[in-house]
Every structure is written in C-alpha cells, then in structure tokens.
Write a protein that binds this ligand. Structure first.
Ligand code: UDP
Length: 234
C-alpha cells in the first residue's frame, strides 16, 4: 500500500482516498485494552475484524442504515466516505457487563429491563469519560438534534443486530458505535467487530470478543474466527 497515511489509530490506519471525498482505512493486527496500556500484535486480527465489520456494515446498509463504507479493496482495506467524526462513542447495552457492572454493582450477565444508551467523550488523554447530553451540547461536541438522531440510529442498529446475531446463536451483550458528519448527514463510521462489541455464545455464554484479550482468558482470535464463520453462514 502506497497511500499517504493521514492518521494512525490503535487498530486502524487512515490513508488518503482515491478522491477528495474518501479515505482508505486499513485494519491492523494490534490489540489494545485499558486505554492502550495493554497492547499486543495478534496476527490475523486485522483481517478478521475487517471481514466481520464489512459483513455487518453491508447488512445494516441493506436495512437502511447509512454508513461510511464505499468499497472493499482487499482483506484489510476499504474505501470509506470522508466524515468528520463526532467525538463521542455511543454505547448500547442489552445485558450488564464490563464497566456498567462494575460501576453500578450489577452482576455480569444480568438481562437489563430496558436497553440503555450512553455516551463517552472520545479522548484517550481523558480516558473516555462518560458524558451526558447537556454536557455534550454545552461543550459543542454535537447538537441536541444530532444526539437524538445518533441515539435513535443506535437503537435501530441494535434491533437489526440482535435479530442477526440471534440467528447466529450469539447474544449481543453490548457494543460501541461511532458516527461522523458527511454531506450534511450523520452516518455510521468506524467498525463493528469483536473489538467493539461483547458477543457471548447463546448456549454456553463463552466470550467471543475482546474480553478474552482484556482478561487473559485464552486464544483471543478463536472467538473472532467463530463470529466470522457464523456470519458467513447466516
Ligand atoms: N467499547 C469500545 N471502545 C471503548 C470502550 C468500550 O469498543 O473505548 C465497547 C466494549 O467493547 C463493549 C462496550 O463498548 O462492547 C461497552 O464497554 P464498557 O463501557 O463496558 O467498557 P469496558 O468494560 O470495555 O472498559
């Protein structure tokens, strides 16, 4: 790849695109957790996440969700629409886990009585703190309309993903989304993969996601391969 690198993130590189309205994103094999404190190269992770995320984005696009994905180039690269990332992460939860369980003392695996949505400020420096609507609009990160659109899209995406993953025998516990502004619209950006979601096997509750890396639970990519296999056969 000879494209000029514009930005290197923890798990992806963003390069100049074929035209002024696009970028090329390239998935890396690097796995990170705890705000980059834990870091390892897992050979093949880039390919797995790229394949998984592309299949999920294509499914969402078929179901009316606008995303940044334009064209898949190869195993690890795709052309995406140039978007100005809204600097909040949108987290959707169906089941208590991770920071939610820790913060509120709710045992992991507890089904939530309603779906929750929350926002975190996208800032490695500040450790992605949780932020509420009035704080986001006060700082000027997004408008109230943008926030309500992102929340509604996140819930629509959750519904679509729950239906898909149920067919795959996977429980969608929680996930993180990022949105960007492009052409006067808010579109889904970044990735949806085992790095950004909690996927549990519906029968065994086996973790098929990055928690295996975060918590040193064994072969990290085994679960990623399983998610891809089931996605390809759904
Ligand atoms: N998540 C993510 N990036 C982040 C923080 C969270 O992709 O910077 C995902 C995470 O994989 C999980 C969901 O968002 O699927 C909720 O994460 P949580 O708030 O429980 O944080 P964690 O326990 O991962 O620190």
């Amino acid at each position: 790849m000879s494209e000029k690198v514009l930005y290197e993130g923890k798990s992806k590189v963003v390069c100049e695109g074929p035209d002024s309205d696009s970028y090329i994103i390239r998935y890396k094999d690097t796995a990170t957790a705890f705000n980059g404190e834990k870091k390892e190269d897992l050979s093949g992770k880039g390919k797995l996440n790229s394949s998984i995320s592309n299949l999920i984005f294509e499914y969402l696009m078929k179901n009316g969700i606008e995303t940044h994905l334009v064209k898949i180039i190869d195993d690890i690269s795709a052309v995406v629409k140039k978007a100005e990332i809204v600097m909040v992460e949108v987290i959707v939860r169906n089941v208590a886990a991770g920071s939610f369980s820790k913060k509120y003392g709710v045992p992991e695996g507890t089904a939530l009585k309603n779906i929750t949505t929350e926002f975190s400020l996208k800032s490695d420096e500040l450790g992605d703190p949780m932020i509420n609507d009035s704080q986001i609009t006060a700082i000027g990160i997004a408008t109230a309309d943008e926030l309500s659109f992102m929340r509604a899209q996140a819930l629509k995406i959750n519904e679509l993903l729950c239906a898909l993953f149920e067919k795959m025998g996977i429980r969608l516990v929680d996930f993180k989304l990022e949105f960007g502004r492009a052409g006067g619209k808010i579109i889904l950006c970044d990735e949806i993969s085992p790095d950004s979601c909690r996927f549990w096997d519906a029968k065994t509750n086996k973790k098929l996601d990055k928690d295996v890396f975060r918590r040193d639970l064994g072969d990290v990519l085994e679960g990623y391969r399983e998610v891809l296999k089931r996605l390809q056969n759904v």
